[in-house]
Design a protein around this ligand. Sequence first.
Ligand code: AMP
Length: 629
Amino acid sequence: MSTFQELGLSQDLLNAITDLGFTKPSEVQEKAIPVLLDEERDLVALAQTGTGKTAAFGFPMLQKIDINSRTTQGLILSPTRELCLQITNELKLYGKYCKGLNVVAIYGGASITEQARQVKKGAQIIVATPGRMKDMINRNLVDISKIGYSVLDEADEMLNMGFYEDITDILSFTPDDKSTWLFSATMPKEVATIAKKFMYDPIEITVGNKNESTSQVSHEYYLVNARDRYQALKRLSDANPEIFSVVFCRTKRDTQKVAENLIEDGYSAGALHGDLSQNQRDLVMKSFRNRQIQTLVATDVAARGIDVDDITHVINYQLPDEPEIYTHRSGRTGRAGKTGISMVIVSKSEIRKIKSIERIIKKQFEKKDIPSGTDIVEVQLMALANKIHTTETNHEIDKHLESINELFADTNKDELIKKFFSVEFNRFYNYYQKSKDLTVSESRGSDRDGGGRDYGKSTNDTRYFINVGRKDGFDWMKLKDFLKEVLELGRDDVFKVDVKDSFSFFNTEKELQEKVLAFFTDYKHDSRFVNVEVSENRGRSGGGRRDRGRGRDDRRSGGRGRRSDNNPRGDRRSSGSGNRRDRRRSDDNRSDRHSNDRADRKFNDSRGDRRSSESSSSTSDRPRRSRRR
Ligand code: AMP
């Protein structure tokens, strides 16, 4: 293993390295830096984020450019604004002793005039996202005709994001004799094509195997029923009290929903996806970096370029469609020499995807069981004990000690400890004491896709009332298809569809409830508002047991922000919101006529002023929406 001195770096850079506290070069630095310093050559490096690749191209570039010149000599293209800023900041740190160095970031969503002004001052290095860079070239605001070095960072991501044409256009404005250094975590054929087309006899460097995940990351999967996915996520978080995680979902909607659910359930979580404004995204990332947010729920696109080093866990709430994307996800942890865990929550129908990912990352997953309630309670208790043990004593308490001692005069030490711990511990204990086992055996057919759904017994379904029926041209099949289509749900996601004359009922898994209700807040079918509400009875037959959920909810409703024993993280939800969707309906046969009347009334309401129909409802008609736990 060489030292930074041995790699041939200048004293200015070595001084900065000392300040940064880097003690030895990382693998990619050791392999790339000497070659790039010694020769004017193209390079293809397969390296994940977190391996120190910014310094691997940054140090040689900083050493090779002429700082006394104001001409732009280096161009770094990166897929996202986030990454662009991150690279710029890193380069500024690496070049802090290079007097006169000007590194400028160019990215969308910020003032182009200001960026042009910065460039005009004389930027030796430009770090840019392809879209804004092209824009600046088209407006003659940058000149890259004399660059000596171009870097394509996270090339696979840039191509995934559809930047192929922008990149080729941009490169056409650069001189042929420049050196091009391409960095990519994976090597799909599109990246290989770029390398072939734009590079001459590149040196290839691989950190680990092609497409392989970093060795610092271990991979685990948890097999659960699809309907228990959210519960599983919470347990994985609760079983790791110090978790600092990114949770990946497939869609923006799921991302938002999972984050909202976590927040409502008392977790410090935030959502990161493309429907948020740049400002909102910046705020979320800031909170995540400052650890105000412990769990960041993100889509793949939005998470590109997340440069947070200490992420302990990546949780795949849903697996990505493309197995290659998994490498990017898991690469968000195990950065900068640290270890990390990448967890996958899978249902039986997805288990085969694990095998294809294993082939790509060339690593085995470990199958693990979702922690039991007892495990979690124990972990939380010991975490609390450790926290208390390491907490520095606040001597401001001294002056109150006498009165406190007086209060506990008759309590012995053991009793006092138990009482003290119970303050925090009870919430977890009460929530988890009767919790069920969420793990599914690979051989048993209990998953809906594997062994069929046990409709009759499930307490994890939500039954809905919908104000369309036979009169609107629906039979059960048409209604099922309609719901699946508008809600973008899978084959088995809508079930127990029961169509009556002017209204109907259907079920989904509880985890879809939020999505279903949110979608039908404002949805029109044939220019009529479609109204969907949670029905009180889960079963299809009128003889089924009545859902006791309402009673439970009522007990839980402790008022705004009150912590609840049914929620180990505490309940931050407001109780009894005036939302029209908080109403529940009963679809038992006894109330069929009643429901029918109400349905017709509701339907008529929905054709008129919806708000007036809401405000005219009495509050007693509005039990709270069933809670998620
Ligand atoms: P990167 O792969 O460039 O995103 O780097 C990931 C993180 O590792 C950044 O925070 C760097 O500052 C840090 N880093 C880069 N090189 C080293 C090194 N040789 N030793 C320790 N940390 C490093």
